[in-house]
Design a protein. Sequence first.
Length: 215
Amino acid sequence: MFELLLVTDRREAALPLPAAVEAALSAVPPGAAAVQLREKDLGGGALAEFGRALLPLCRAREAPLLVNDRIDLALALGLDGVHLAHSSVAPAEARRLLGPARLVGVSCHSEADVREATGWASYATFGPVFETPSKRAFGPPLGPAALARAARLGLPLFALGGVGPETAELLEAAAGVAAIRAALGGADPAGACAALYAAWSRGRARAQRPSSSGT
């Protein structure tokens, strides 16, 4: 599975969204990232336009492209799946409609949310892990320890909220990291994405290194 989830918000991007996504994907190995088309304020027509623009860019870099909530658009455009808000259609229903091959992601904000999604979802975002203005509505940061506990349920979790190069190394229990501003929000999405992926990879490598204790 991919390790970096690039979550779009065209209002945060300094570049046009397709250009930002293309630059970000160019900075990581093919297959290492996925793109979540999250433009919640757009209607179906405008969202479909973005989907059509992003799909060939994602295909060229072996990056799955998911759209928020819109199962109809995922099917109509041939996207790789959907990402569901906690208040949207149940993961079991999304799986029934999309079939076994497509991805179903779910936004989770507690261990109970993760437990509910397990068995139906392909992965979940979990957060906010760290302090971030965009996630204050979901309460205080959950922290890496809560992420580690939820990860024991077996569903791949992508840490979200305050994740950047300075914090990604602390998230060894996650399957990957998800970001909006830290990946696509600046004038240099390639450099930002490369830095984020490198930090995550360092933390992951450290976690997988055999311990020398007791030898």
